[in-house]
Write a protein that binds this ligand. Sequence first.
Ligand SMILES: [Zn+2]
Length: 267
Amino acid sequence: MASLDLSSMSLPQFKHFLSERGVKTTGYKKNELLDIAREAKLQSIPTKTDHYVDEVSSQTLRRTVKGKVYPHPMRSNFSWKDDLSCLPNIESYDVQFYLKCKCMRTNDRLKSYKNDNSYRLHTNGHISQVEMVALDDKFRYVRAKCTPEERQSAPPYDIWILIDVDGVINSGECTCVAGDGTCKHVAALLFGLQAFVQSLTDRSAIGVTDQLAKWTNPTRSSRPVKVIQLDLWRDPNGETPTKPTGQLYTPTGKQVNRKTSLQTDEN
Ligand SMILES: [Zn+2]
């Protein structure tokens, strides 16, 4: 870009130069575009291609361990298994270490992880269809789906993590906008896997080892019902609701009896 001669560029070339850098070009005269282009050049604003190259290389980096690049879990023809009995032993420390070092979570946030929305995604059953594949004797991919927090009817996000057999979490990705494995969806999967490993340990401690270790997918029933069947007064998480009264709200603060008010309106 240093050798680029802006003064010799035509109007379409200016527009292309700027739009490649995500700069709006409509509504400007050529000399104004020249000034903007000079500023863009001065600030070394990267092009869309630069962004793309950066993203591709960081994607590859997330699948690289000690110089070995593993195929992308979502774009390769792996034989995924839902039997998680050989899931690496993911401990609380492994999850906290990943959240601190890769997701840059603060100590305070780590300390109060049970209040975190990623932990609630796990406990509220947003993680489903957890499967695993062994890549070699050292590494495993685990993939899953995570229902979005707000729009539960929207398609789930696809997430994956790369872990080693000792439970150390190397990296992860998600199809949400964050994407790079630092989002709450990946964190929710980690919390879920840690709890799952704990349940396997508990199960083997009481001698139950003859069943397949599969993820229990959340069951959600959202059958449509008639309005008359809706029980709007019962909130399972709330306090006992206040009974309705025959009084109407008034901005003056004076409470008006419904019957009196209606009679006044009719007059
Ligand atoms: Zn995500």
